[in-house]
Design a protein around this ligand. Structure first.
Ligand code: ATP
Ligand code: MG
Ligand code: MG
Length: 376
């Protein structure tokens, strides 16, 4: 089979399609947007909604193997697709990652540490969760959250009602607030033979709930980095993963790791691999789902990735292209709405040569965060 079906038309699908083309595969995407980021670079497109069973059937019939960049397809849709063509990662894995309670339960069953949590089905559950967790804590919808949407930080009992009313009627989960030293992630790939390739640990910084900058390798002790990779491998194996999985973790202030969430697809925090690795996360993903060998996840350079978000960052695009060290990636989105991921840049450094804070900012050139007025 030479046609890779991708459910979802966004930037992750776009970069997966480009990687597939490099390996001689044609990508065919299912997307509601006829001219979105993935459709623009794909050989075939089925235009339709993810809950349109006719569209799902036509899509599946046009491809040899199916994967995802859009994760929130319904259980029905998944069953329909997997009745027609092989689906990787399997629907059972998506169902775990779609639901924070299923996800945390799975981690618990497999000895993977997570933040303390309580399911919240009604207002009384929320009071009990607050008593058990203490303040502050975080209330999240169990499904469909991204970029920090669908969650509220609760600092005192006075905020309980408002948070509950804002996030209802969705099912909710309360999580203890982790006082993390930093956030990291690990991209791990596994194929049907059980071969595993694990990328180096990434350090992540968020701004307004959205990933802003990733640094690779994470500036954490080597033993801790090895533990993070081991946790990612344990999760991939326990899931029986065929594909690539991003695992988000907190490095707690006591130096222990806690898994925050998983995404069974290429992950924004793995975009640095596009320029710092001979085989990047997208190619590794395509190889895993199409049954090709998995090369080791080698990194030849240190790297910093910065997301280009909304119209403000995109206004700098001409300067970004002119800056000698910025390796630019454009997602082909026409409209730069605020908060929308429009592209990213990577900056490479010699292996072992990731600079300190000022060096990172300097290397970002036109994208460097301007100094505060009083510091200028
Ligand atoms: P994504 O875009 O990564 O899918 P999301 O909307 O699914 O985001 P989370 O990853 O659960 O949300 O949370 C977003 C961010 O909020 C985390 O990266 C972290 O910075 C912070 N956060 C979430 N849960 C906790 C927690 N229990 N303790 C401390 N910080 C947290
Ligand atoms: Mg998430
Ligand atoms: Mg997250």
């Amino acid at each position: 089979g030479r046609v890779l079906g991708i459910v979802g038309g966004g930037q992750l699908g776009r970069m997966s399609a480009i990687a597939a083309a490099r390996l001689g595969y044609r990508a065919h995407v299912l997307t509601p947007e006829a001219d979105g980021p993935a459709a623009q670079v794909s050989h075939g497109v089925t235009v339709g909604r993810y809950d349109d069973h006719d569209a799902l059937r036509r899509f599946a019939g046009a491809v040899d193997v199916i994967t995802f960049e859009f994760e929130n397809i319904s259980a029905d849709g998944l069953d329909l697709l997997s009745g027609i063509r092989p689906v990787h990662p399997a629907g059972a894995i998506l169902r775990i990652s779609q639901d924070r309670i299923a996800e945390k339960s799975f981690m618990g069953e497999n000895g993977v540490p997570v933040a303390p949590w309580h399911a919240v089905e009604n207002r009384a559950d929320l009071d009990r969760a607050a008593d058990a967790l203490g303040y502050p804590f975080i209330l999240k919808t169990t499904r469909l959250g991204y970029d920090g949407k669908g969650q509220a930080r609760i600092h005192s009992a006075a905020e309980l009602d408002h948070a509950f009313d804002t996030l209802r009627p969705h099912p909710l989960v309360a999580e203890g607030m982790v006082r993390f030293a930093c956030e990291v992630s690990v991209m791990v790939a596994r194929n049907a033979r059980g071969d595993i390739s694990t990328f180096d640990v990434t350090e992540n910084r968020h701004r307004n709930g959205i990933l802003d900058i990733s640094l690779a390798p994470a500036r954490i002790p080597p033993a801790l980095a090895a533990q993070a990779q081991e946790l990612a491998r344990r999760i991939a194996t326990a899931l029986g993963l065929i594909g690539l999985l991003g695992v988000e973790m907190f490095v707690d202030h006591d130096g222990s790791l806690r898994v925050n969430e998983i995404a069974p697809r290429p992950h924004n925090s793995g975009h640095w691999t596009m320029n710092a690795c001979p085989v990047d996360q997208f190619e590794m993903h395509v190889r895993a789902v199409t049954g090709l060998p998995l090369p080791p996840a080698i990194r030849h350079s240190d790297a910093v990735m910065k997301n280009l978000i909304g119209p403000d960052d995109m206004a700098l695009w001409p300067e970004i292209l002119a800056a000698p060290r910025l390796l630019a990636h454009h997602y082909g989105k026409v409209e730069a709405r605020p908060g929308r991921k429009m592209g990213h840049v990577n900056v490479l450094f010699p292996a072992g040569g990731l600079p300190g804070e000022f060096g990172v900012e300097a290397a970002l050139g036109p994208l460097a965060t301007p100094p505060a007025d009083d510091a200028a």
